[in-house]
Design a protein around this ligand. Structure first.
Ligand SMILES: N[C@@H](CCC(=O)N[C@@H](CS)C(=O)NCC(=O)O)C(=O)O
Length: 269
């Protein structure tokens, strides 16, 4: 099934510091340093249980991204798997997401339920709930950089995605990558190289995994599936590191248990 992508959601604006309270008739001493506004993280538990609608673990790269984001954030959630062989069940579950696409995060229930049905929006939502998880880097410049490369993944690389669909169980040794897909790979290598030059690894934005590592994880699996070789040792090791993450290992193990030959899914997904 060929799926249509949607335009990337606008990133959330930086939180503006709240104005400091003023008292009539009193002025703060001129030399007093401005105190940073303290913004308490919203209590995640107050929203109640969370679940995420997911599709095939072998084929669905967007499901993998959303799932990794939730795992990186430390959200406890139930997996709501789309049945790939029962069209009615599939349609019913997909209707829970206004976009009819996966992943879709459901948080809480009743009128307070929050539904987030786009991977970038899921990342931003989780960052607001769990700022200490570091889904976005701490420096404003690095945060902007991170959002930019996540957006580029979200809205681009269509040649790579259609010519080299995610397929964790398959291996295509010596796969011939055509020129437009190669151009996408070259651009991704450039993005990763700039990240390693700027932040020094071991993850794209330095010491901690961010949204970007989740967004590019399916690319890492594609390089492995289609036998695409990289030359920069730092990037080769980065790919090994991503594949060795315990979360990734768990996802791949589940993918291997899925039934074979889902013809419908042997396409951009
Ligand atoms: N831009 C969306 C893309 C989501 C998407 O294309 N999901 C595909 C699966 S990877 C899908 O739900 N296809 C319809 C289906 O599975 O029936 C996002 O960021 O979440």
């Amino acid at each position: 099934m060929v799926t249509r992508r949607r335009p990337a959601a606008d990133p959330l604006p930086e939180a503006a510091p709240s104005p400091s309270p003023k008292r009539a008739g009193r002025r703060a001493p001129a030399a007093a340093p401005a105190l940073p506004a303290v913004v308490a993280a919203p209590p995640a538990v107050a929203l109640g249980a969370a679940s995420m609608t997911l599709s095939s673990k072998n084929y669905s790269s967007w499901s993998l991204r959303g799932w990794l984001l939730a795992r990186f954030a430390g959200l406890e959630f139930r997996e709501e798997m789309l049945s790939t062989d029962n069209a009615d069940v599939r349609a019913e579950i997909l209707l829970l997401a206004p976009s009819m696409l996966v992943p879709c995060l459901h948080h809480g229930s009743g009128p307070a339920e929050v539904r987030v049905w786009d991977t970038l929006a899921i990342g931003e939502y989780l960052h607001e709930l769990f700022p200490e998880a570091g889904l976005l880097p701490t420096s404003r410049a690095a945060r902007a950089h991170c959002r930019a490369i996540c957006g580029e993944m979200h809205s681009g690389f269509s040649a790579l995605r259609s010519a080299l669909p995610m397929n964790l169980k398959a291996r295509f040794p010596g796969f011939k990558v055509w020129s437009r897909a190669q151009a996408d790979i070259d651009r991704i290598v450039q993005i990763w190289t700039e990240c390693f030059d700027a932040y020094g690894g071991p993850w794209l934005f330095g010491e901690h995994r961010t949204m970007a590592d989740a967004m590019y994880a399916p690319v890492v699996t594609r390089l492995q599936t289609y036998d695409v070789r990289l030359s920069d040792r730092r990037l080769i090791e980065y790919c090994q590191r991503v594949l060795a993450m315990p979360e990734m290992q768990a996802w791949i193990a589940d993918a291997k248990l899925e039934p074979e030959d889902i013809d419908e899914l042997e396409a951009e997904f």
